[in-house]
Design a protein around this ligand. Structure first.
Ligand code: UDX
Length: 432
């Protein structure tokens, strides 16, 4: 099958590579010459485990092509996936300008056979109808088209695995022919099939992300109670999670959720709710608790550290990615800088991205230990594996004072047996 992806971000590029690997002839449309050149040479631009190898393999097999011209790809494609960004506007609403501009380009390039245009970008309810209207307004009469919503649920850091081993494949469309073709394309992908209408498919994606964000905020809220009462957040959540109706997964408290999806999608759902006259206090509370968890972390550091001199380990919004969009690190570093802290940072892959934000305001180190030299404390913001079993004796020697603020609760068991540090976890009694 010939398939086109418009957009080469986490969703577009990963899914394109996976579909090419299944044996399809896959086109990817971008709009920046420099990025397309890098992609054609086998550089995936983003850091995602396994992606470079998959990209190189399918380029070599000539199943993957990159272009700027819609005319190269659209006329021969049976399915066109829209996978461009829907970043948040200032007011939190999803910015659909890229999606709608792409719809016009697709419509203008459709040829005389049947094509399915399927949106993988996360878009508010009703957007696919707008896409359909734009395409029908500019295609030639002979071109037959059906629109479908096919949301993607991959996580950064495990994107290839998640795409191939999906929990579910959701296809929303009013066209039986489109559903049949999409089912065929997704055949090699594991997971239950959910066939529904356009609006439901659009809402499924937002509901999933808002539900996951809610679980995290709920865990963070309970950690606030634990810190004020002497309760232990892990004991509480482990016991609560044993109830199969609740489950323990996705309830790890910390410095809050970040990334390109949860903050954006909770806000977009909130905005859609407002425009529909729905009371959105619940979603506002999810966002507020998330903000509060970062705020509390900075307050905790300020209240206890003896000198304004700290190392930060972990800058990406989660491990195994260089993505820093809405990362807790940005908030924490900004607020420590406002309080006149000197900050030395280390992250295995996100240093270049964080440098673009903070420039010379902070110090960038080549390894985690270099960041510790002479500091009063360490703040851990991302649970990269390489931070989990550090050399505590070496840390002790390098640091001037020995304060650890653990934003992901990765050291609790280690520190318990090791009296050398003043240790401040999340939702647990500090060890001082
Ligand atoms: C998320 C969804 O999981 C995925 O299905 C969707 O397609 C895109 O959005 P992603 O943003 O890549 O994926 O990462 P995820 O693993 O969900 O983590 C998001 C944020 O939540 C991270 O900042 C992470 O640190 C935080 N998190 C996650 C917690 O704070 N606690 C948890 O228990 C789980």
């Amino acid at each position: 099958m010939t398939i086109t992806f418009v957009g080469h971000g986490y969703v577009g590029l990963v899914t394109a590579c996976v579909f090419a690997d299944f044996g399809n002839d896959v086109w990817v449309i971008g709009h920046t010459d420099e990025k397309l050149k890098r992609l054609k040479s086998g550089d995936p631009i983003i850091y995602e485990p396994g992606l470079k190898e998959l990209l190189e393999k399918n380029l070599r097999a000539k199943r993957l092509h990159f272009t700027k011209n819609y005319g190269d790809a659209i006329p021969d494609s049976e399915i066109v996936f829209i996978a461009v960004g829907t970043p948040p506007k200032e007011n939190g609403e999803a910015d659909l300008s890229a999606v709608l501009a792409v719809a016009k380009e697709i419509g203008e390039n459709l040829k005389n056979h049947f094509t399915v245009v399927s949106c993988k970008s996360t878009v508010p309810v009703g957007t696919n109808l707008k896409i359909e209207k734009i395409i029908n307004g500019c295609k030639t009469p002979a071109a037959k088209v059906a629109v479908a919503s096919c949301p993607e649920f991959l996580r950064e850091g495990t994107a290839i695995h998640d795409t191939v081993n999906a929990d579910r494949v959701v296809i929303g469309s009013d066209s039986a022919e489109a559903i049949k073709l999409l089912l065929k394309t997704h055949e090699p992908i594991n997971g239950q099939r959910v066939i529904t209408n356009l609006a439901s498919a659009e809402l499924i994606k937002y509901t999933s992300n808002a539900m996951l964000a809610t679980k995290i905020s709920f865990a963070n809220l309970i950690s606030f109670y634990c810190e004020r009462t002497g309760a232990d957040v892990e004991s509480v959540l482990n016991a609560v999670g044993l109830d199969k109706r609740i489950g323990r997964i996705f309830m790890d408290p910390g410095v809050g959720y970040g990334g390109s999806c949860f903050p954006k999608d909770v806000n977009a759902l909130l905005n859609t709710g407002k425009s529909l006259g729905i009371d959105t206090a619940f979603l506002e509370a999810v966002e507020n608790v998330n903000a509060q968890s970062r705020h509390n972390f900075v307050d905790k550091i300020s209240a206890h550290i003896p000198e304004k001199n700290i190392a930060v380990w972990g800058l990406s919004f989660k491990p195994n990615t260089d993505d820093i969009r809405f990362a807790p690190s940005i908030y924490v570093i900004n607020n420590l800088l406002k309080k006149n802290f000197r900050i030395a940072v280390y992250d295995p892959v996100a240093m270049d991205n964080i440098r673009k934000i903070f420039g010379e305001k902070i110090c960038y180190c080549n390894n985690p230990y270099e960041a510790l030299t002479g500091v009063a404390g360490l703040a851990v913001l991302t649970e990269w594996n390489e931070f989990k079993e550090p050399d505590f004796a070496k840390m002790k020697k390098l640091m001037k004072n020995h304060y650890i603020f653990d934003g992901r609760n990765i050291y609790f068991n280690n520190i318990k047996d090791n009296n050398n540090f003043a240790y401040f976890p999340i939702g647990k009694k500090p060890i001082i």
